[in-house]
Design a binder for this molecule. Structure first.
Ligand SMILES: [Zn+2]
Length: 326
């Protein structure tokens, strides 16, 4: 039975990562400005409007404009005007939350979802023949989009919910019950804001060390738990630490899991870590991060979002909703 150890595949020191990030960052700025113009997004100069836009009054107007889109007046606006106002509201939110650049807007999701296959080298015996859920780190797409996924559930920061909602940045959560049960209500609020809640087991055990029955309890138990608490059985499952064997995938299949997304990069408040040798983002890459705070990290959840969005936007990518593609 094959054992896949994800953590050993990363081998990047922090200093290397930062050095590469800085170097690439300066090149990427030119690319971004071009991309921003092409997509009709505001460039930094446009955002400030040459009026030194640090006053709160200006930001306030941006918010009001954003609200009108959804109000009665919104029905009278042309699609182009609605898009313009939504972008203005997002730019105002980006200023409020201290983002270096306004997040790029993702293109419309595909009408037909891409066909997923297991990443080469990540298969278990009988993967295709037994119809086991595919295991992948990147979704096969052509658009410059990436997907943000947040794991575990330890830190329950209300700022994160507000920040992501105001910035209109989609993300997906992979929840472990032993942490989530401290406050189920926090994740209900998250779900109410349109975030899908997926399976990351009951107790975050190292699954290949468990018997099939134990694994089934960890995975199927959390399927039932999320369905009971949040009304929907998750289609997606991510094994703790990214470690799994054939029993894991068989158990996941039996309790209704459709796919097993791992990750191509991991975000922290002070750095990125990469799975690939080129230490870069690619279309469809899944980015992992965690619900953590200053106890574990050199920063808060909003610090982490600022850091990961700096990387994503500077390299010309938009964050798309994983469930639109998988
Ligand atoms: Zn985890």
């Amino acid at each position: 039975m094959r054992l896949v150890r994800q953590n050993e595949e990363r081998g990047l020191s922090v200093d290397n990562c930062r050095g590469v990030g800085r170097k690439r960052g300066s090149i990427a700025v030119a690319v971004l400005v071009t991309a921003a113009i092409a997509s009709g997004c505001a460039t930094p100069a446009e955002r400030t409007g040459g009026q030194g836009g640090s006053g709160t009054g200006k930001e306030g107007r941006g918010e009001e404009q954003g609200r009108e889109v959804d109000g009665a007046a919104g029905a009278l606006l042309s699609p182009a005007e609605k898009a313009r106002r939504a972008q203005a509201a997002r730019a105002a939110a980006a200023r409020r939350w201290g983002l270096v650049q306004v997040p790029l807007t993702a293109p419309a999701p595909p009408k037909v979802k891409p066909r997923l296959t297991t990443r080469k080298g990540f298969e278990v015996e009988g993967q295709v023949a037994e119809g086991l859920p595919p295991v992948f780190t990147t979704v096969p797409v052509k658009d410059r989009v990436v997907f943000l996924t947040i794991d575990d559930g330890a830190e329950k920061d209300p700022e994160l919910l507000r920040m992501m909602d105001e910035l209109k940045i989609p993300y997906s959560s992979f929840l472990s019950d032993y942490l989530v049960k401290e406050d189920y209500g926090y994740f209900k609020k998250m779900q109410d804001k349109g975030v899908a809640l997926h399976n990351h087991t009951l107790n975050h055990r190292f699954l290949p060390g468990l018997t099939y029955r134990q694994q089934k309890r960890e995975i199927c138990g959390q399927q039932a738990n999320i369905e009971k608490r949040y009304g929907k059985r998750p289609p997606l499952f991510r094994p703790p630490y990214g470690n799994y064997n054939k029993d894991t995938l068989v158990a996941a299949k039996t309790c209704g899991v459709k796919a097993v997304p791992l990750w191509a990069a991991e975000a922290f408040p002070d750095r990125m870590e990469w799975r690939e040798w080129d230490k870069d983002l690619h279309p469809g890459d899944i980015v992992l991060t965690h619900f953590r705070g200053r106890d574990d990290w050199k920063g808060s959840m909003p610090d982490m979002v600022r850091r990961v969005m700096k990387t994503i936007t500077a390299r010309g990518y938009a964050v798309a909703k994983l469930e639109d593609y998988v």
